[in-house]
Design a protein around this ligand. Structure first.
Ligand code: HSE
Length: 317
């Protein structure tokens, strides 16, 4: 191993839940995303040398940053505890924005480390290592952002221990309008507002919608996809924290979206659309609706569902 070797990787923004499938469905955009560069260092252990684009807010200590935790998991997984890795992170995604920012960093870190160390990790092992960085306070993981950031496309996550990612088909043209208002919500706080149990009648309707979404994707049945995009589990408890939620969703449907809701635990909202052209109009309508409740200047991102997922990129010259 040479101490000048470096590898850099990109991982995209993702939308967790896809409305109906709390913690089990996620999809990837093509861009934006985070980038991570990994280099060998002489001393064992993981060191984060810099995080760019976070306004100095993310911890730089490797054991407190998802990137450091994920790379340490790679070293442990491969029995390379004596190897030293130096990391630099470029955040393209907002902190606590509901766009899968920490998942993108963790996934880009694992992909960069795998390339640097030539460890040829399986996708299951990459999922496991990247998920370590995102363990919640109760030790739980919910890799509905990690899995699509890694694989691209639309992914179902079986919450086994370890989790299993099952890619789902992406109908031609399926596109996303993602709108990020200038707000932050911590995922752990937004999980804290959820009840521990839900009534059986709601559960029945919810698992019918999850199944309907899967069938809709396989059959390219746009009407079934549209009708499946309902969340009775998390959304009702989270809406009070997102000013303008109802107006933004109404504006997206009026502009031609198949369905709209929170991206992960919010505050970003997203809409699924049949075409990229629809997604452009829908994103503008959603941003305008946010402006109508005083949240001017929301960032909009429009992308076909990105099939590439995380990948190694060339460091800039
Ligand atoms: N599915 C998670 C939630 C967010 O809604 O709390 C992303 O993991």
């Amino acid at each position: 191993m040479s101490n000048t070797a470096a590898a850099r990787a990109f991982a995209p923004a993702t939308v967790g839940n896809i409305i109906c499938g709390f913690d089990i469905f996620g999809l990837a955009l093509g861009a934006p995303g985070d980038e991570v560069e990994a280099k060998l260092r002489d001393e064992p252990g993981v060191v984060i040398t810099a995080v760019h684009g976070d306004g100095g807010r993310l911890p730089i200590q490797a054991d407190r940053n998802v990137v450091g935790v994920a790379i340490n998991a790679v070293l442990t997984e491969c029995g390379l505890e004596n190897v030293g890795v130096e990391i630099e992170v470029w955040k393209g995604l907002p902190i606590s924005g509901g766009m899968g920012g920490s998942a993108a960093s963790a996934v880009a870190a694992v992909v960069a480390a795998d390339e640097l160390l030539q460890t040829r990790l399986s996708s299951e092992a990459m999922l496991r290592c990247a998920s370590e960085g995102e363990r919640g306070p109760k030790g739980d993981t919910h890799p509905d952002n990690i899995a699509p950031a890694l694989h691209g496309g639309i992914v179902m996550v079986r919450p086994d221990e370890p989790a299993i990612a099952i890619p789902l088909p992406v109908p031609d043209g399926l596109s996303v309008a993602l709108v990020h208002p200038d707000l932050e919500l911590e995922t752990n706080d937004m999980r804290g507002v959820l009840p521990d149990t839900i009534p059986l009648s709601k559960a029945v309707r919810q698992w019918a919608d999850c199944s309907a979404l899967v069938v809709g994707l396989y059959e390219e049945d746009w009407d079934l996809i549209r009708r499946a995009l309902v969340d009775r589990v998390a959304e009702p408890h989270r809406i009070p924290f997102i000013p303008g939620f109802g107006a933004v969703r109404a504006a997206s449907l009026e502009a031609g979206a198949l369905g709209a809701g929170l991206s992960g635990s919010g505050p970003s909202m997203f809409a699924l659309c049949r075409t990229i052209t629809d997604a452009r109009s829908v994103a503008s309508a959603m941003a305008e609706a946010f402006a109508g409740v005083g949240l001017e200047g929301a960032d909009t991102h429009v992308s076909e569902v990105g099939n590439t997922g995380a990948h190694v990129i060339k460091p800039p010259a």
